[in-house]
Design a protein around this ligand. Structure first.
Ligand code: ADP
Length: 266
């Protein structure tokens, strides 16, 4: 608790009283702590690829340049690490725009089936590479929804790329849309992949939280995908939840209010 006292004096300088302000700072301290953690995480995430890039450049400089095969491999590593940094910075910028409400929603009427089939098509190459099967299920009566298509596509892309990253070869991914009540649509991406241990579930939407850092890094993850998805859904006035069973699979479900043209939304 923070107490601030301000004395109030009359014109003749005699004391009239004191204003005391009592402020609950627990929330503020929590925010300050998470801000510090965030900065530490960003620094670490950027430092790792930078250190790798520097050491490979030094190795090239120390003679590896003369060996064409080796040089080619080293350049490949440098390119990969630079791409990781670009992905990370792009995700960070996106999050910061969402945090400061600088990503206004451009809602349009979007046909749900069309949108979900297109997501599945976008990932068909990656799924084929891992022999992952897929299905798209749409409950009867679901047609248009009033959303920012680009942003919801980003959510779907993040969920799909996770489902593919964390599912073994030969697995299955199901994209589905249901209508839990008259006012909303629930969209889910379900995989039968490695799942998430229950002890990690509570923190999974936190920025940079990953069950297995090495696995996520190797798969090209930034640890920000779910946080970005959550912010976008929040901006649409919806909710998102994740259910998972270790070694069984994961389902992420988000709801969107079925607004229509002309309604306020958020
Ligand atoms: P990342 O870029 O590391 O995938 P995300 O924010 O998208 O970051 O996800 C956070 C973590 O949640 C991942 O590192 C992974 O451990 C876990 N995770 C997310 N989706 C799935 C999934 N479909 N199956 C298993 N684990 C998942």
């Amino acid at each position: 608790l923070r107490i601030t006292c301000t004395p109030i004096s009359r014109r003749d300088k005699s004391m009239a009283g004191t204003i005391a302000v009592l402020q609950d700072v627990t929330e503020q301290e929590k925010m300050e702590r998470s801000r510090r953690e965030f900065v530490a995480n960003v620094s670490h995430e950027l430092r790792t690829p930078l250190t790798t890039i520097k050491s490979y450049i030094e190795a090239l400089d120390d003679g590896a340049l003369e060996d064409r095969d080796l040089a080619g491999r080293f350049v490949g590593v440098i390119r990969g690490e630079s791409e990781r940094m670009i992905r990370l910075v792009t995700d960070l910028l996106h999050l910061s725009r969402l945090d400061s409400n600088q990503a206004p929603l451009r809602r349009k009427a979007v046909h749900v089936r069309e949108m979900l089939e297109e997501v599945s098509d976008r990932f068909s190459f990656q799924m084929r590479q891992k022999s992952i099967g897929s299905s798209v299920l749409i409950e009867n009566g679901i047609e248009n929804i009033w959303i920012d298509r680009d942003q919801i596509d980003q959510v779907l892309d993040n969920l799909m790329s996770n489902a593919i990253k964390y599912t073994m070869d030969g697995g299955h991914i199901e994209i589905a849309a249901r209508k839990p009540d008259a006012g909303s649509i629930a969209i889910s991406v379900k995989d039968n992949g490695i799942g998430i241990p229950s002890k990690d579930l509570a923190r999974i939407f936190e920025r940079f939280y990953r069950v297995d850092k090495a696995r996520s890094r190797n798969a090209g993850g930034t640890g920000l995908g779910l946080s970005i998805a959550r912010e976008i859904i929040k901006a649409h006035g919806g909710t998102v939840e994740l259910e998972s069973e270790w070694n069984e699979g994961t389902t992420v479900t988000f709801t969107l209010p079925t607004l229509h043209e002309g309604s306020q939304g958020s």
